[in-house]
Ligand binder design. Sequence first.
Ligand SMILES: [Zn+2]
Length: 126
Amino acid sequence: MTTKKNSTSSQRERCPKCKSVSIQNLRTGTKVGATVGATAGAIGGYASATAGATAGAVAGAAIGSFVPVIGTMVGATVGTITGGILGALTGATAGTAVGATAGKAIDDNILDNRKCLNCGFTWHKD
Ligand SMILES: [Zn+2]
């Protein structure tokens, strides 16, 4: 942290216990929320995209039945895998955003979001 002279230093947030100004801003909920959201989103995205890809594969297979069987199989497989991966990525991205937002709300309202680096005390600041 800076050691510059600063006349507004009295405005700085201080530890309620030891009055130290060495305070860390905790974002536990945001981090956890983003991770959980990404995982849930990836799973949900993969599952729904796979279901969609399966439907697409069936339709593709019907059309592809005019073509040799191998073309149908390759098309269905590639469609399913690609759809699943894209779905997982899309779901993870959306899930991260949703989870981080939910986690930030928890940080802001529930969890201790300040930690004193001097004495280790944690507390909640609105
Ligand atoms: Zn302290």
